[in-house]
Every structure is written in C-alpha cells, then in structure tokens.
Design a binder for this molecule. Structure first.
Ligand code: SF4
Length: 383
C-alpha cells in the first residue's frame, strides 16, 4: 500500500501567491485575468447548478445544460457550450471558472495496464489517481483528501499529515482528466486513493451523485465503491440515507489489539462494531459489504488470524478481499507467496456466507498502490 514520506513545507512560488484561500465553491485566482470572486462551477450537483442559474436570473433548464457540458462532455472551455446563448457564456467567462487541478505527470506501468496520475492543486499540493485497465474493465481510483489524519501505520498518505479536504470539483476533475487521456471508457470508480472518504462525506457523496447522474457520467451505482477505514457514524449515515453505492470497509486484522496497533482509530470503533455495521448494510436490498484485508507479513497473516477472521465473518453476507501488501522498504512486508496461498485457502475452504477474493496488486513498478506517487513527489512542494 503506502510508505513513509517527508514533512510538507509550503513553497513560495508564484502560483501559491496567487492562490491563498480555498473554500467550497470559491477559489482564489490562478490567472491574473480571473477575478477572485469567480465561482468554481465544476463540482456543483445538478440541483446546485439549477439553483445557481436561477440565482443569476437564468432558468433551471440552463443549469441542466451546464451540468451536461461540465460532466457528460467534460468541456474545458466555456465557449464550447454551443447551445448556451452568447450573453450567458460571456457572463460565465466573467464570473465562473472551470479550473481545479493541473495534471503534473502520468506514470505508466511497463508490466500492466496501470497508469498513475499526479495532480497539482491550486496551492501546489499533490494528489494522485490510478487508472487500472483489465480487459474491458477500466477502474479509476480517486483521492478525497490531501493527506489523511487517520494515521494507519502501513500507509504513506497517513504519514503525510492532513492538509485539507478536496473540493467536489477536485474529486470530479481527477476522473475527467483520466477520461481525456484514455480511450477505454471508465467502467468503475473506487474512492480508495489518498484520504478517508467518510471524513469528507458530503463532497464525496456529491461527487458520487454526479458520477451516477444520468445526465452526468451515467455510471451505475453498483460500479461506484466507497472505501472506509471504519468511520462508524458515517457508515450508519450512509446506510440510513440509503445510498446505493457499494461499501468497502478496511478490516486488516482479526483482533482488536493488532488492529489498534496498525489502525489507531480501532480504539474508538472496534472490529465487532464494524462487522455489525457491515452486516446492517448487507441487509439492505441488493447490497453486500466488502471487507478488505491487507496481508502484512508476521502481523496479520497467520492461520490463527484466518481462523479468527472466519469466526468474525461466518454468518455475514459479505465479500472478503485479501490484498497482499506491496513492500516499499518500510517496516511492513509482503507475506511469502505460499503463506498468502495458505491463508486464502484456509478461508476459501470454509467460506459460508462470505466469498473470498485475492486481489493481485497492479502496477507495482510504478508504486500504483494509492498514496505512493504523491508521497514520492512531495519534495516538489519544497522547491
Ligand atoms: S484512512 Fe486510508 S489514506 Fe488514511 S491513513 Fe488509513 S489507509 Fe491511509
């Protein structure tokens, strides 16, 4: 997964001087000819765009048109909005901005169809996304925060500290950039990049709604997965709101002592509570929770762990995703192949209400596990 990283020091380059304050929907200017009160309309939901248009003296219908131009067509220039009258396009040019992220680089794996995208935010911070192509399946892994304060021990992003939540537009823009650079249509979205999605709940849900909306990206709700380290109140909020998206919970241990060691938030929301929450989600129609389990050598990969895991999941309608850790020279290592096989087979032979999958990491040669490239490039922030 993720490795260690350096401390962030803000550089004082021109772009930073031009971009000091960031709040939802408003962003300081990148270019001299854009005034500071430009509204970032990328990231607004269908309803928000309708309301914004009405507020500007236009119709709700116009908001729907903007929504299509921004997301279905992914335009980068207001003048491309050919069915919008010139006077309103001029108004948009003066008052709205489509800019959120700058694409810094794309790293391509030599071995697999995996690409890693590095983006720079307006204040010169870095975030990343990963595009993974397997046959006709094209999955994009998105970031939701700059850094993360959940502090999982095996995670590079967790070592970076936390800068801020990403705006909805910055989350959506990651996908738009990937779509511009690849020819195969995106079939799946996973919120598993930098950050804890449920600590940026509203913006992540807004982004998912935009991805799902028929006039937006039109992706089925079952093709959008939100992954959480286990923010229990938000999991129940997600369930209560009857969100249609898939839920993945990072378990990563079979007992509370081990889990608290590698995921300190476990002392607040322990394993049994998470399993219970997952079970509640799976009781909703057509839902099945996914538990993720990163296999760490000599930490959580013993047969005793497999036994405890079986006891925990037996009776829960769920999937168990075993993810052998990508070693990166830190204190954690990937288990040997025969150990991975033994662990998986133990559970595979006993699976009842749960189904075991083993995920083989893609793009190891470019550190394609989420969190790694942004960390490796953080020195750029110190230039
Ligand atoms: S919640 Fe995710 S991004 Fe945050 S520290 Fe844990 S693994 Fe890393």
């Amino acid at each position: 997964m993720k490795n260690s990283c350096c401390i962030v020091k803000n550089s004082c380059n021109i772009r930073m001087m031009n971009s000091i304050s960031i709040e939802q929907g408003k962003i300081a200017p990148l270019k001299k000819n854009i005034s500071s009160d430009h509204t970032i309309i990328k990231g607004m939901t269908f309803t928000e765009l309708q309301e914004w248009c009405i507020d500007k003296g236009e119709s709700a219908y116009r908001g729907g048109q903007l929504f299509e131009w921004l997301y279905r067509h992914g335009i980068t220039n207001i003048d491309e909005m050919s069915n919008i009258k010139k006077s309103f396009r001029d108004f948009l040019t003066l008052n709205a901005s489509l800019e959120t992220l700058t694409l810094e680089s794309v790293s391509e794996s030599n071995q697999e169809s995996t690409q890693k995208y590095l983006f720079k935010t307006h204040e010169s911070k870095f975030i990343e996304s990963v595009s993974i192509i397997e046959k006709q399946r094209h999955t994009v892994c998105l970031s939701t925060q700059i850094g993360c304060n959940v502090d999982c021990d095996f995670c590079a992003t967790g070592k970076m500290g936390f800068s801020r939540n990403l705006l909805t537009g910055e989350i959506v823009d990651q996908l738009l950039w990937v779509m511009r650079k690849t020819t195969l249509p995106v079939t799946n979205i996973v919120f598993m990049g930098m950050g804890e999605p449920f600590l940026n709940y509203k913006r992540v849900m807004d982004a998912a709604d935009i991805f799902h909306h028929q006039r937006g990206f039109d992706l089925a709700s079952t093709r959008i997965t939100i992954s959480t380290a286990g923010i229990l109140p938000r999991i129940y909020q997600f369930i209560t709101e009857n969100r249609k998206y898939k839920l993945a919970i990072s378990l990563n241990a079979s007992d509370d002592i081990t889990r608290t060691q590698i995921m300190p938030l476990n002392s607040k929301w322990p394993i049994k509570e998470l399993i219970k929450a997952g079970k509640t989600y799976s009781e909703l129609p057509r839902r099945r929770v996914m538990f993720e389990y990163v296999l760490l050598k000599n930490v959580n990969d013993s047969i005793e762990d497999a036994y405890r895991l079986h006891k925990l999941l037996n009776g829960v309608q769920c999937k168990l995703n075993l993810i052998p850790y990508n070693s990166m020279g830190g204190i954690f290592n990937r288990p040997d192949e025969d150990k991975i096989k033994e662990f998986a087979e133990y559970l595979y032979d006993r699976q009842t209400t749960y189904r075991v999958l083993v995920r083989r990491s893609k793009g190891k040669d470019i550190n394609a596990a989420c969190g790694q490239l942004a960390v490796n490039n953080k020195e750029k922030e110190n230039l």
